[in-house]
Structures are given as C-alpha cells and as structure tokens.
Write a new protein. Structure first.
Length: 171
C-alpha cells in the first residue's frame, strides 16, 4: 500500500470520527430542546436500500439518492427548521461544502416558510448558525466562495455543557 493511500485512509477515518462526534453533539442538543418543550428536531435518515443482509444487524446497502439536509423539525408554535451541519478544522469554510441536492432542498424549504440554516463547527468548539440565504449568497456577501471564521461573529451560538444553543433560549 502506498503512503498516499494510507494517509487518505487515515484522513477518511478521522473525518468519519469527527462527523460522528459532531452528530452526537447535535443530537444531544436536539434532545435538550425536546426535553425543554422547545422543539422537536431530528436527524434526517440517509435514503438507502438494503441489498443483502449479512449477519445480526449488518447488511450491504446502497444510497438511493443524494443526501438531504441533516436535521429537520418543528419549533414550538409550528415553525419548521431545517439545518445542514458542517465541520472544519481550518479557519474558513467553503460554500461548495453544501451539495447541489442539499442546496435545492434548503431553498425549497425556505420558500415554503421554514427557517433554514447551515450549522458550522470550527474544531468542535465554536458553532455558528448561518442563515441559508447568507450561505447561498456567500460570493456576493463576502466577495468569495468561502467565509473566514472571524467574519461569522454575528452568527455565533453558545456551546455550554455539551449543548449547542442554536435556538438561543434560556434553560
């Protein structure tokens, strides 16, 4: 095995581990909101089809279509919320991190009256709720197809006791 292939496998495994950790943090935050009767927000299941069962809970599957936004739900009072979650260890995040399918879905939900966001993590320590309309117009808003963390200060949300306070309520 070549050094490059080995490094790519290591990076891939690290990225999956970080993604799983971020999902765990967001899921816990969503449970916190549900336990406080503020919102019910759930992870959108990946659209997949089982091709062949293997053993126990293992199976071979394939994805049926491209990914939708990561989280959907309802805030108390009836407002729909749709979020896509992204993580970076860099000082910037690129607009292209949201797939065309996710962009289309976020825009469709926004046009139907949902509040739509990109929840961005920097180093799993600092979180920002960027409105979809800002993200989709990143080139016009920031003059380029990426945004620096320092430019997102107005969208920062508290992260306290393992809970991302993306709805910014007290509790």
């Amino acid at each position: 095995m070549t050094h490059t292939k080995t490094m790519n496998q290591i990076r891939g495994k690290q990225n999956r581990m970080i993604g799983n950790l971020m999902e765990t943090i967001i899921d816990g935050s969503c449970r916190w909101y549900q336990n406080h009767n503020v919102a019910i927000i759930e992870k959108t299941p990946e659209p997949m089809k089982v091709i062949r069962p293997l053993k126990d809970i293992q199976f071979i599957c394939c994805f049926m279509k491209k990914a939708q936004p990561d989280y959907k739900g309802t805030i108390k009072g009836g407002q729909t919320i749709v979020m896509e979650a992204k993580h970076t260890d860099k000082d910037r995040i690129e607009s292209a991190r949201v797939s065309e399918q996710q962009q289309e879905s976020l825009e469709n939900y926004r046009q139907m009256g949902a509040i739509t966001y990109i929840l961005v993590s920097f180093q799993l320590e600092r979180y920002y709720m960027i409105p979809w309309v800002i993200w989709k117009n990143m080139k016009e808003a920031y003059g380029r197809n990426y945004v620096l963390e320092e430019e997102l200060k107005g969208y920062k949300v508290p992260y306290k006791n393992g809970i991302i306070r993306f709805l910014q309520i007290e509790g």
